[in-house]
Design a protein around this ligand. Structure first.
Ligand SMILES: [Zn+2]
Length: 103
């Protein structure tokens, strides 16, 4: 199932070997563990990672700019980068504690 992106303006383009080479390489490098640093403990999340995320520039596909994330943290990060994210985050904030306190 695809997420309902209305962000057709996203200029994000992934290299042709993203799925076949880059993604698996990063996941393997990180041991399939989420590299997100938890705010509360200052340590890596360490949950099973199945997503590869751009740390900074989304057009920079070098290994040094890529990290593995679990589904949970990838969603948080991609929603904070997407154009529609503000609304999603506002909704989430009603249900949750301050985002900075989330694990
Ligand atoms: Zn995580």
């Amino acid at each position: 199932m695809k997420a309902a992106w209305n962000g057709s303006t996203r200029k994000e383009t992934l290299p042709p070997d993203w799925e076949t080479a880059i993604r698996p390489r990063i996941l393997k490098r990180d041991g399939y563990r989420c590299q997100h640093i938890r705010y509360d403990t200052g340590r890596k999340c360490g949950a099973f990672a199945n997503q590869v995320d751009h740390i900074h520039d989304r057009d920079d596909h070098r290994d040094s700019n890529l990290q593995s994330l679990c589904q949970h943290h990838h969603q948080i990060k991609s929603s904070s980068q997407g154009g529609t994210a503000a609304a999603t985050r506002r909704q989430a904030a009603k249900k949750r504690r301050h985002p900075g306190l989330l694990p």
